[in-house]
Design a binder for this molecule. Sequence first.
Ligand code: GDP
Length: 317
Amino acid sequence: MTEAMTPAMKLNAPIFVAGHRGLVGSAIVRRLAADGFTRVLTRTRSELDLTDKRAVQAFFAAEKPAYVFLAAAKVGGILANDTFPADFIRENLEIQINVIDAAWRAGVNKLVFLGSSCIYPKFAPQPIREDSLLTGPLEPTNEWYAIAKIAGIKTCEAYRKQYGFNAISLMPTNLYGPGDNFDLKSSHVLPALIRKFHEAKLRGDSEVVVWGTGTPRREFLYVDDLADACVHLFRSYDDAGVVNVGVGDDVSIAELASLVGEVVGFAGRIVYDTTKPDGTPRKLLDVSRLDGLGWKAKTRLEDGIRLTYRWYLESCR
Ligand code: GDP
């Protein structure tokens, strides 16, 4: 690690958070505001289309951000990824190359690129270490998104190697929290289950349908913990190597469903729709590198589900 590369950050430094309306971007904005940063730059999609190279270059030339968090991406759950492969690969490749290239051209001091744990091979040894990248075939249901994110990591590496651009890549595990997508067709499992259990409770249904067999295992990180890790690594990590960001523990989808049922207060049965895909059997990140860099997740899964359910009740009805 070359600490000298990360200059001490001034509280009035302009910081661009790309994707500030999303789950991750909104958590990073909350976190930077809480830390006292006064010039957090944001643009909605209608103000700045990140797939438009000229618009992105013009934005960077005009605003001259000193730092960038690249949290903008086309994201979605297992069904959305499988249904719209072209959109997932195109939009993510375009957003990444436009933002990374414009940031470098505009003299940005440091950029944080956010990937995803689905970049790792489907059958990578668990827990998944960072050096598993590109050692085997990907999970087919989300390989389009994964390939785009791998290209993003490699773009950061290439710009560092050729131009000395300080771009770091963090790989969060499955995320959830306030600001999540609760649309049943495109969401990830945790918000989907919160909504399904909540609506079943209101209707007085006797059962809730959970996709797949219930046996796949997933690790879930509360998004405010991710924002905390991002800011920690942003201040202290300056290497080319990717860093996993997770909690180091996972649950089966069946266990998750029981937990969400308890938090929401649904007393009926859980049934499994095995016509829906399971996806990868297990996706647990090895977090020893992160540990060594002095960071640990704080929010217990049950507490995070409670906070997310509260946000859903306040915002989504
Ligand atoms: P993944 O981690 O990329 O596979 O994405 P998801 O979060 O969409 O799915 C994780 C697991 O939860 C898969 O095995 C899904 O089949 C399962 N699952 C169970 N019920 C649901 C649901 O209602 N929505 C989603 N998205 N996944 C579900």
